[in-house]
Design a protein around this ligand. Structure first.
Ligand code: HAM
Length: 415
């Protein structure tokens, strides 16, 4: 929609405005992610959305870099990219301070990332993505912890284990199957891409045959056999020991990035409503080689806010909007505004969030507005209240009214 000046009021295609109700949901999602990540000892880091474009070229995913990044030249002719993911950034940050940082490291961040995708269910052009990564832990220990963390976040959102499934596979196994079939590099990349899109396309077998001819049948057979991998079975068993029982081996999981080197995983809604993967990750031990650094053991995942919000809506797990404001002070006339402002200041100093309405609107309208904003309590202030120092505290949800003195307002709200 445009006004007569031709200036659009809607946001840019594929990104969102967050009005207070939506920001509330967003905060709920990111606060829950942070809380669980921190409970596992992960510490927060952050970085700019702007990165030099060479950070991505040929190192992550051709599809994302060539078709989905936002690139531009700055005024100094430098090529700049809006980060399409956080993993190259965190690798860059680690490489820059490799000698100072003590391993292992557990880091998390919830950046906004940008991908020029066709906006559709579960896919936008800007999303926020929890990245939780553990550096310097080899064997299966890194995977066990990262998947346990992912599962704990789902539970913190109120999901039951039966609502979602954690599908695990191993890039290493896939490579050995490719070796056995003598696939050339180009064929490997093509098959990998095809496997990654398996769920989204109808004619998978035909396309696979188109790529590798009569090796297609053998590939399916070898992939089937690969599901009885010792490593994956041990991973499933160890997670079961931690009470994570919804892990299944599925060798069709490959993940879209070139940098994964070992175990990879994707989490799916089991209900069928959200067909796209909810989130995923895996082991990527060689990403530091971009910076000519020694390999560093790394496992992590990216969990997006858009797919998570869809999931929470599907399972009715979205909390109801709550205002951060505890109390709304309505003023009967202009003369009581200064008193109300001072009262608000006192109440804030003990920890209440207080808004003062100095609009001179009818008091009934002021109360209505407080209710519309979902503020739980109001006090209407007039000359009488100022004289008697007694205030009627009204709970807008129950309609209950209670007479309190100034010193008791906070405790009455908190009781
Ligand atoms: P990714 O699979 O590309 O992985 O993205 C992770 C998650 O971000 C997806 O599963 C989905 O939840 C969300 N996501 C991705 N693209 C979009 C989009 N266009 N719109 C909405 N949500 C989206 C990575 O980015 C890896 N760097 C994750 C990682 C961290 N691996 C190891 N550490």
């Amino acid at each position: 929609m445009s006004n007569k000046n031709g200036v659009p009021t809607e946001s840019y295609k594929g990104v969102r405005d967050f009005y207070p109700e939506q920001q509330f949901v967003q905060n709920y999602i990111t606060d829950t992610m942070s809380m669980v990540a921190e409970s596992f000892g992960y510490t927060e880091y952050s970085a700019s959305v702007l990165e030099p474009s060479e950070l991505y070229r040929g190192k992550t995913s051709d599809e994302i870099v060539n078709e989905q990044t936002y690139n531009f030249k700055d005024r100094g002719e430098r090529e700049v990219t809006l980060r399409p993911e956080m993993t190259p950034t965190v690798a860059r940050m680690l490489a820059a301070k490799r000698r100072e940082l003590m391993l292992p490291l557990r880091w998390y961040s919830i950046p906004n990332v940008f991908r020029y995708e066709r906006p559709q269910k579960g896919r936008l052009r800007e999303h926020w993505q929890l990245n939780a990564d553990i550096f310097g832990v080899g064997g299966l220990d890194g995977e066990v912890e990262i998947i346990a963390l992912a599962s704990e976040i789902m539970r913190a959102f109120g999901a039951e284990d039966s609502d979602f499934e954690i599908r695990v596979s191993d890039r290493g196994l896939l490579e050995s199957v490719f070796d056995e079939l003598n696939l050339k590099d180009g064929e490997r990349a093509g098959v990998m891409r095809l496997l990654d899109r398996k769920d989204k396309i109808d004619d998978f077998s035909k396309k696979l045959e188109g790529l590798i001819g009569d090796k297609a049948a053998k590939l399916s057979e070898l992939l089937g056999r690969a599901s009885s991998s010792k490593n994956l079975e041990e991973l499933v068993r160890r997670l079961e020991g931690l009470g994570v029982t919804n892990v299944v081996i599925n060798t069709a999981i490959v993940r879209g990035f070139d940098y994964y080197t070992g175990i990879v995983f994707e989490v799916y809604d089991t209900g069928g409503e959200n067909t796209r993967s909810l989130f995923g990750g895996g082991r990527y031990d060689n990403l530091l080689s971009i910076f000519d650094e020694e390999p560093l053991s790394a496992v992590g995942f990216g969990m997006g806010d858009v797919t998570m919000k869809d999931f929470l809506e599907t399972y009715n797990l979205m909390p109801e909007y709550e205002s951060n404001t505890d109390l709304y002070l309505c003023t009967l006339d202009k003369d009581v505004v200064d008193f109300s402002t001072r009262l608000a200041r006192e109440l804030r100093s003990v920890g209440l969030n207080v808004e003062v309405d100095a609009s001179s609107k009818k008091v009934g309208d002021q109360v209505k507005l407080a209710s519309k904003k979902s503020i739980p309590y109001v006090i209407c202030i007039g000359e009488e209240e100022i004289k008697s120092e007694k205030f009627k505290l009204k709970n807008l949800e129950t309609g209950e009214e209670k007479e309190v003195s100034k010193g008791d307002i906070a405790s009455a709200i908190w009781s």
